[in-house]
Each structure stands twice: as structure tokens, then as C-alpha cells.
Design a protein around this ligand. Structure first.
Ligand code: GDP
Ligand code: IMO
Ligand code: MG
Length: 429
């Protein structure tokens, strides 16, 4: 791991390349004891980052996964949306699991937006009204909170410092939304709820940009923990079946106030097959018994909503797209072990539409219906991969599969996940 870390430099981003749940949390956790700050720049408690260590399971939603190491400081940047009540509950859960001084090790941007129960109620109601066209959101209120932000009526963490104004803003926003959508909202309950955690949250609030800038000037090491993934990005993903923030590389800069040139390296996380939760195009989806088999073998159920994840073959067009447009330097391929025992493994290498090769995944329904996908097949392998400590220990066909993926996506694979545990990772030279 040391050689791998040395090539990364001081300020490293870890980003999802597919549709989320690639195993970002696991790599963040594996490397974070070598970093001083672990930062979330976008999203909120829609993320679910799972870590297994010594048989214990931890799931991080809004909090950065690197907090499992007690020397790290977690930063929740201006680009995030925060429900302080669920944040407090997440801290309590981690402390119950034995983690120490969590609150003391977290800093929250004064400019991050506050997410209230009314956002969750609106999220659920809008999904209900969309019927079969629903996005399949996590119903955590993420979209409605970002809508308020963009409409410049959002309520920010700094508003916790002036409770009179805070109350006025909550009442005004609930009035606006209940009139617009014709639904009942309860501003009083939201105000009381937030007041119940305000005293504990207030000391964590600060200008996180300055803390990070000073840290980087002092050559401290900063890790940017991506949430969601490139194809869920509001601009670069499969719109409208996306989340409501910029979760690809640009989001690190805007969501934390970090200048682009300060990011030394970007590591993409890529599952050895593909999964997606919620609606939207998924060209290599296996909507059959074999897809069900992968779901069971890979434990593909949402870490946040427990929904079954849709499963399919590796899609090199999708991953190559994330490599190119997020400017990724290398890849951590995860869950290679889950494919053990599959006789023939397929990889989508090309999309054709009306006789033309596409560089990227189309977003319109019509184009997706007409899309022709070119696959290449690879022979499978047997054996327990979690015993492998180096690339050469992997079965020859697994090695061939990894090398083929590397060439399809045009990016070096530097880490391979071969099991659930924190240590089930192979670092390549
Ligand atoms: P994240 O949102 O990207 O952090 O990923 P999730 O935690 O939602 O989902 C990834 C799941 O795969 C988690 O349960 C991880 O513990 C698990 N995982 C990650 N890498 C590996 C791996 O290499 N092998 C196996 N078997 N499981 C893995
Ligand atoms: P991590 O960080 C997988 C998906 C939802 C839905 C769409 C919009 O664990 O990889 P939202 O609630 O954000 O408005 O939902 O985005 N989604 C995720 N899918 N992993 C995630 O996070 C996700 N966060 C949001 O399922 O399709
Ligand atoms: Mg997840």
C-alpha cells in the first residue's frame, strides 16, 4: 500500500465511476489512516458507504468513512446538504459501535445547506406523483433541498446562529412549498427538531475552506471522499435519473472551495460488474435469474434503502466515460471475487446507434431503446480470491479479465478488491 500511496501525492479524490455503491467507502477506510482530513464535498445522507473490519460492519451516510481511524478529522463541505438530526443520530450510532470522539473530530461548513423533514416529505410526494416515471430517489430530501439552494431560498448552517431568522425562514419555505404543491407541512415541528440538536452542532460550524487551504499549505494530507458516482451527476449522468449535485471531479472544487490544481490524484472506484439502484437507463442490465444470482452473491442490496440493486455486466463504455470526463488517474476494481464461479463473463465494449459508434451513454429514452451493445466474452475462474495477496496470486483467467478491462477503459487498475474485509485489497505496482 505504501508504494501506491506514494504515487498519489498529498490531496487525493476517490470517486465512483458507475452508478454508485462501487465500494468507495472501503478504499477510503483502507487508506485514511495516512491522511489528516477526510472530506465530503457533495450529497448528504443518500450515500451509504460500508466498511467491514474484524467482523464488524459500519455504514457511513453523511459522515466521512475515514473517521474510523481516530487520528482523522472529517470535513463536511459547503456543497453538502445536512439534516442535523440524522447527522446526530449517525454520530450516536458510530459511538455506540465503539468509535471515540466523533463529534470532536468533525467540522461542518457554515455554508452547507440544512435539510429538513419538509424536504423529505416533498421528495416522497414528488416521487408518488411521478408514478411509473419516478426517479427512485432515496427519499432523503436531497433533490428538494438542492432545489431550495439553487432557487436561493435555502437555509444554511450559518442560519443556526440566528434562531429568530431561522424560524422565519423555515416558516416562509414551508408556506411556499405547501402552497405550490398543495401539501401540508409542519414548520413548527421542523424548528423544534433542529433546536434539539443546535447546541451540539454549533461548535462544529466553521469556514471549512480556510481550514483545508491552511492544511494544504502546511503539507497536510487531504482525502476527498466522493459520494454517488459519475453517472448520477446532475450534469454528466443519465439525466433526469441522477442525484441533484455534481458528484464527478468538479464537485470536489465547488463543494469544498478547493482550487482544482490542489488535487494531486483522482482514483476511480469501479465494480467488476455493474449495479444501479433506482430508475434510469442501464444498457448491460441482466433482468433475469443470472442477475438475481449476482445480486445474492454480491450482497447487492442498498446500504441506505435496502432496495435490491439492479445488476448487469461490466460496461466499459460507461467507465471509460467517467475516466475521461472526471480525469481519473487510476482505478480500484472492486468485487472481483463475486464473479468467481461464473462460467462466461461478458463486457460491453461498444455502443452503436444507427450504425455509428457512441463515445458515451445516451440519455434519451428513444436512443436507449435503439442502442446496440457489442459484448466481448471472457472465460471465468474458480477459487477463493480473498487468499490472493498479489496480482500473480489471482487465477490466470481473473488476471486476463483485469488486464482486458484496463485496456477497454484506458486507465491503469492499481488496486483490486477480492473480499469484503478492509484488508482484502491487492495493490499493484
Ligand atoms: P460505496 O457506496 O461506494 O461505498 O459502496 P457500498 O458500501 O454502498 O457498497 C459496496 C459493498 O461492497 C459494501 O458492502 C462493501 O463492503 C462491499 N465491497 C467492497 N469491495 C468489495 C470487494 O472487493 N469484494 C466484496 N466481496 N465486497 C466488497
Ligand atoms: P453511494 O455514495 C447508489 C441514486 C438513487 C436514485 C438517484 C437519486 O452510496 O454510492 P437521490 O436520493 O440522491 O435524489 O436519488 O440516485 N443514489 C444512489 N445510488 N449509491 C448512492 O450513493 C446513491 N445516492 C443516490 O437510488 O436513483
Ligand atoms: Mg453506497
Amino acid at each position: 500500500m505504501q508504494d501506491f500511496l506514494q504515487t498519489l501525492g498529498s490531496n487525493v479524490g476517490i470517486l465512483g465511476t458507475q452508478w454508485g455503491d462501487e465500494g468507495k467507502g472501503k478504499l477510503v477506510d483502507a487508506v485514511s489512516e495516512h491522511f489528516d482530513f477526510i472530506c465530503r464535498s457533495t450529497g448528504g445522507a443518500n450515500a451509504g458507504h460500508t466498511i467491514y473490519t474484524n467482523g464488524q460492519k459500519f455504514v457511513f451516510n453523511l459522515l466521512p468513512s475515514g473517521l474510523l481511524h481516530e487520528s482523522t478529522i472529517g470535513v463536511i463541505g459547503n456543497g453538502t446538504v445536512i439534516d442535523p438530526v440524522s447527522f446526530r443520530a449517525e454520530v450516536a450510532q458510530l459511538e455506540d459501535s465503539g468509535l471515540k470522539n466523533v463529534l470532536e473530530r468533525v467540522k461542518i461548513s457554515l455554508h452547507a445547506h440544512l435539510l429538513f423533514d419538509y424536504h423529505k416529505a416533498i421528495d416522497a410526494e414528488l416521487e408518488r406523483r411521478k408514478g411509473k416515471d419516478k426517479i427512485g430517489t432515496t427519499c432523503k430530501g436531497i433533490g428538494p433541498c438542492y432545489e431550495d439552494k439553487i432557487a436561493r431560498r435555502g437555509i444554511r448552517c450559518e442560519d443556526l446562529l440566528d434562531t429568530e431568522l431561522l424560524k422565519e425562514k423555515i416558516i416562509a419555505n414551508c408556506k411556499f412549498h405547501s402552497e405550490t404543491l398543495n401539501i401540508e407541512l409542519d414548520p413548527e415541528a421542523d424548528y423544534n427538531k433542529i433546536m434539539s440538536v443546535r447546541e451540539e452542532i454549533k461548535p462544529l460550524l466553521c469556514d471549512t475552506r480556510i481550514i483545508l487551504l491552511d492544511a494544504m499549505r502546511q503539507n497536510k494530507k487531504v482525502l476527498f471522499e466522493g459520494a454517488q458516482a459519475h453517472h448520477l451527476d446532475i450534469d454528466h449522468g443519465t439525466y433526469p435519473f441522477v442525484t441533484s449535485s455534481n458528484v464527478s471531479s468538479g464537485g470536489i472544487c465547488t463543494g469544498l472551495g478547493v482550487p482544482p490544481k490542489k488535487i494531486s490524484t483522482l482514483v476511480g472506484i469501479t465494480k467488476a460488474y455493474t449495479t444501479r439502484v433506482g430508475s434510469g437507463p442501464f444498457p448491460t442490465e441482466l433482468d433475469d435469474a443470472f442477475g438475481d444470482e449476482i445480486r445474492e452473491k454480491g450482497g447487492e442490496y442498498g446500504a441506505v434503502t435496502k432496495r435490491p440493486r439492479r445488476c448487469g455486466w461490466f460496461d466499459a463504455v460507461v467507465v471509460r466515460n467517467a475516466v475521461e470526463f472526471s480525469g481519473l488517474d487510476c482505478i480500484n476494481l472492486t468485487k472481483l471475487d463475486v464473479l468467481t464461479g461464473v462460467k462466461e463473463i461478458k463486457v460491453a465494449t461498444k455502443y452503436m446507434l444507427d450504425g455509428q459508434e457512441l463515445r458515451t451513454i445516451p440519455t434519451t429514452r428513444k436512443a436507449n431503446l435503439k442502442l446496440e451493445i457489442k459484448y466481448e466474452s471472457f472465460p471465468g475462474w474458480e477459487g477463493n480470491l480473498s487468499q490472493a495477496k498479489s496480482f500473480g496470486d489471482l487465477p490466470p483467467n481473473a488476471q486476463k479479465y483485469v488486464k482486458a478491462l484496463e485496456s477497454f477503459i484506458n486507465c491503469p487498475i492499481r488496486v483490486i478488491g477480492v473480499g469484503m474485509d478492509r484488508n482484502d485489497l491487492i495493490y499493484l505496482p
